[in-house]
Design a protein around this ligand. Structure first.
Ligand code: SF4
Length: 223
């Protein structure tokens, strides 16, 4: 369900001011998930509460991000995406990339994708707490590189499962597949979880190593 909105965000669509819509469901079970609070929120009616305002603001904000949770598995996803596209908005997604077919089917309607790569491709099950069909992740990576005008792949460096070696494996994989951009994000502490983020020094070292294989940027810590 659609549960939350940020009307003007500078952070979610690279280089653009956008409106970001958050859906509450997800097909993964990451323990560091920041979106647990979204589930508790009241559902929002897109047609009555959101769309009229988006149209009013369109002269100023024409970029929309569908985020989550995992937006692609939501029952309203297709209808909302179609409505936005038909009304001339530029639509981007934040996704875990597991629903490759949904991405493929909507290729012409999506102008940006930020895809989370949770861990290297041999170590996806533990961090997501799911039995992952890794082909879906590989196929989505290839699909995005070949079809989506603007994209980024990003990994949250959650020290319990993700260390230098894992990020370097991801960077190598992306480099071998000619990806343009990889981002490593600092894990932000979540209430009730004792895992401590890596130091800035360690994050800088990971960044340096990843940059040997693919253009890698940092997010969430000071360089
Ligand atoms: S994929 Fe994202 S939304 Fe889903 S459980 Fe993991 S962190 Fe949360």
């Amino acid at each position: 369900m659609l549960k939350s909105v940020i009307w003007a965000s500078m952070l979610d669509y690279p280089g653009k001011v956008c409106t970001t819509l958050f859906f509450d469901g997800c097909n993964f079970g990451c323990e560091y998930c920041q979106n647990k609070d979204i589930k508790k929120a009241q559902a929002i009616d897109f047609e009555k509460e959101i769309f009229p305002k988006l149209l009013e603001r369109k002269p100023f904000i024409s970029h929309i991000i569908l985020s989550g949770g995992e937006c692609t598995i939501d029952g309203q996803f297709q209808k909302i995406l179609d409505t936005l596209y038909q009304n001339g908005f530029h639509v981007g997604l934040h996704t875990n990339g597991y629903e490759t077919e949904i991405l493929e089917k909507n290729k012409d309607k999506i102008s940006y994708i930020g895809m989370d790569i949770k861990n290297d491709l041999e170590n996806y099950d533990e961090i997501t707490q799911r039995n992952i069909k890794i082909e879906n992740i590989k196929n989505s990576i290839d699909f995005i590189i070949q079809n989506i005008p603007e994209y980024e792949f990003r990994t949250t460096v959650y020290p319990k499962y993700v260390d230098t070696e894992n990020c370097v494996k991801i960077a190598k994989y992306l480099g071998e597949h000619y990806a343009k951009k990889y981002v490593i994000q600092q894990y932000k502490r979540v209430e009730g979880i004792a895992v401590i983020p890596f130091s800035e020094e360690k994050m800088n070292e990971i960044l340096k190593q990843c940059n040997q294989y693919v253009k890698t940027e940092s997010r969430g810590w000071k360089m």
